[in-house]
Design a protein around this ligand. Structure first.
Ligand SMILES: Cc1ncc(COP(=O)(O)O)c(C=O)c1O
Length: 388
């Protein structure tokens, strides 16, 4: 896959380094987006769109059909058109879901370590209590601790659970059996599940299984909201479009009414055009990107095993985000920053950002880039660690 140097293109990952890390001269391996050209079908559709007048946009039926077809064919999820709410991203949708599906004083649970905006969606929603239930870690393998999961729900009277499926940052693609247990516990206690499935298409081809849609498990569809998008799959974050699937009519009503009351129900044409084009014509591009990502992971894994075996790496079942433990060399986030940022000149997401309090010595590396960048990052890490 061709590499695009995105410096100077208003890329948050590259051009936002100074703002986020206080230093512009770093190898950017943080924010989860890709350094690859957009799928040609997307560029072509957007070019055609800008030739027309850019007045107010209304979601076409063809968009809903493309979403329904993608969900059915790729993920075995039979979605009805009226279940789909379009939002300008999943992070805003998470915030709105917390506000509309819970009341002040309610508890909302997440499984840490997890994509940090999950925690922000709860903290920013005013008077909701955040419950951080840690995943169980054996070596570098993460799974649910079902006893603790249920205990935390009961103890805190949890009303809403935000699931990450596949899970950023630990790279798990939850199995049907795992999801069955999670869904059964939530159902037993009347806990609504928001399942963020934005990484659903980024699954390691070598894994030999696909992501299972949480809503298709355990006869609890009415209690599950699926949040998905083409944005991670096809690298379309800038056009801000995601599809929120809410089968339960009351929940859908609360969610949509909130959007309408906030006048957030107008939609952006670029996002729709890009998403539909990608879902309809992007399959070959995606295949190529997956080869690149998991080839990069294989390189990273082999390189660390050969040159720096003390750095521990989770298996990458899904996502393009490698979760690495620098605990042999670092204790605190400050130590990790000193090693990665000050000495190696690399920007990665720090483990402490992902909650749970046990991941200060971790960092997350974005693999959706050139092999050269991965090699360069490995060279720098190996060299600096060798210096002691
Ligand atoms: C689990 C997860 N959800 C949501 C997002 C971002 O969603 P959006 O850009 O649609 O707000 C990301 C981006 O990394 C993510 O990893």
């Amino acid at each position: 896959m061709e590499y695009v140097n995105r410096l100077g293109t208003h890329s948050y990952k590259w051009d936002g380094l100074k703002k986020e890390f206080g230093d512009a001269d770093l190898l950017a391996m943080w924010v989860a987006d890709m350094d690859f050209p957009s799928p040609p079908c997307v560029t072509k559709a957007l070019h055609a769109y800008i030739d027309a007048p850019l007045g107010y946009f209304s979601t076409p039926d063809s968009y809903f059909e493309a979403v329904m077809q993608w969900e059915k064919e790729r993920h075995g999820y039979q979605v009805r058109k009226e279940w789909i709410c379009v939002t300008p991203g999943i992070v805003p949708a998470l915030h709105w879901a917390v506000r509309t599906l819970t009341a002040p004083g309610d508890s909302v649970m997440v499984s840490t370590p997890v994509y940090y905006p999950f925690m922000n969606a709860v903290k920013n929603s005013g008077e909701r209590r955040l419950v951080e239930c840690e995943l169980k870690k054996t070596g570098m393998f993460y799974e649910f601790d079902y006893d603790r999961f249920e205990e935390d729900i009961v103890k805190n009277n949890v009303k809403l659970y935000i699931l990450c499926n596949p899970h950023n940052p630990v790279g798990r693609v939850w199995t049907r059996e795992e999801l069955e247990q999670v869904v059964a516990i939530c159902k037993r206690h009347g806990v609504v599940i928001v399942s963020d499935e934005i990484h659903q298409d980024i699954v390691n081809p070598a894994l030999g299984r696909k992501k299972v849609t949480t809503a298709t498990v355990g006869d609890y569809e009415d209690g599950i909201i699926t949040m998905a998008a083409a944005s991670k799959t096809f690298n379309l974050a800038a056009v801000q479009n995601s599809f929120i699937i809410i089968p339960n009519p009351q929940m859908r009503e609360s969610f949509s009414t909130f959007l309408a009351q906030m006048a957030l129900d107008d939609v952006n044409g670029f996002g729709h055009i890009a998403t539909e084009a990608a879902l309809r014509g992007g399959a070959a591009w995606l295949e190529e990107v997956l080869q690149q990502i998991y080839g990069n992971f294989a390189y990273l894994k082999q390189r660390l095993a050969a040159d720096c075996p003390e750095i521990k790496l989770t298996e990458l079942e899904g996502t393009y985000l490698a979760w690495m433990d620098f605990g042999a060399y670092c204790k605190t986030q400050q130590d990790v920053k000193h090693l990665l940022q000050d000495r190696c000149r690399i920007a990665m997401d720090y483990g402490a950002w992902f909650g749970g309090g046990r991941h200060e010595a971790f960092a997350r590396m974005n693999l959706a880039t050139s092999r050269e960048n991965i090699q360069e990052a490995c060279d720098r890490i190996v060299r600096e660690i060798a210096k002691g």
